[in-house]
Design a protein around this ligand. Structure first.
Ligand code: DX5
Ligand code: ZN
Length: 217
């Protein structure tokens, strides 16, 4: 399976976002982390900023909503033109209805799971979504270490997708770097978010290439 790389702009310079979006123009998506200081203990950026990011980005936008009440807020990000909108299963009141709404608005719908949230209760939803995001760190901050214990969950999610014969993408987010990406890929992930590994690299396009190649091997 070919691997997609989605650098997280959480590790970009927020006063030079346009420059830092151009810097990752060879990536497949730009991952935008929206946090509300309720669902996670951190606060980043909101809809008005994402609207402008969508307009200036050379590549499609992959929004990761770490917020309460995504049922209310997520459709606005699809309306703003984000190609992929992912909300957390732990926060959504009506995930199927929300996924349908996101798709109706033309976005890919993603369902995110925190490290401790099992995948099994959500397998019935697979046909309603385009991507599962298995968090490989506790959501909230960049630069944390990959949690090895999430690998079996990635495997179970990939097996379930295969058994259902669906084309659902499997994203991993948190602690993804040259030293972890091969294991996440082997477990079945095909979309790789990397913040500090990409923006901390000396040569950003080369790092994106390396990660993509390592994950495709
Ligand atoms: C964390 C965010 C991630 C974060 C990843 O809650 O969802 O997207 O930016 O950062 P790294 O790759 O540095 O772990
Ligand atoms: Zn994220």
């Amino acid at each position: 399976m070919s691997a997609l790389v989605s650098p997280s702009i959480l590790s970009a310079d927020f006063t030079n976002l346009e420059r830092d979006l151009q810097a990752i123009s060879t990536a497949d998506y730009a991952h935008v982390d929206v946090m509300d200081n309720h669902f996670v203990p951190n606060l980043t950026l909101g809809l008005p900023v994402v609207e402008r990011i969508v307009q200036v980005s050379p590549i499609p936008i992959d929004v990761h909503l770490m917020i309460e009440d995504p049922d209310r807020w997520a459709p606005g990000f699809a309306e703003a033109g984000a190609q992929s909108v992912t909300f957390h299963a732990e926060a959504a009141a009506a995930p199927v209805r929300l996924a349908r709404e996101l798709r109706r608005l033309g976005a890919r719908a993603g369902l995110a799971l925190k490290p401790a949230t099992p995948v099994e209760p959500y397998l019935d939803l697979l046909s309603e979504i385009d991507m599962i995001l298995v968090m490989t760190v506790e959501p909230g901050f960049g630069g944390q270490s990959f949690i090895e214990g999430t690998l079996p969950k990635i495997q179970r999610a990939r097996r379930a997708i295969g058994e259902a014969d669906l084309d659902v993408w499997l994203q991993v987010d948190g602690g993804i770097s040259r030293s972890t990406i091969d294991r996440a890929a082997e477990a079945g992930a095909n979309v790789f978010v990397a913040g500090s590994a990409v923006y901390g690299a000396e040569d950003i396009p080369a790092e994106i290439d390396t990660l993509r190649t390592m994950a495709s091997a």
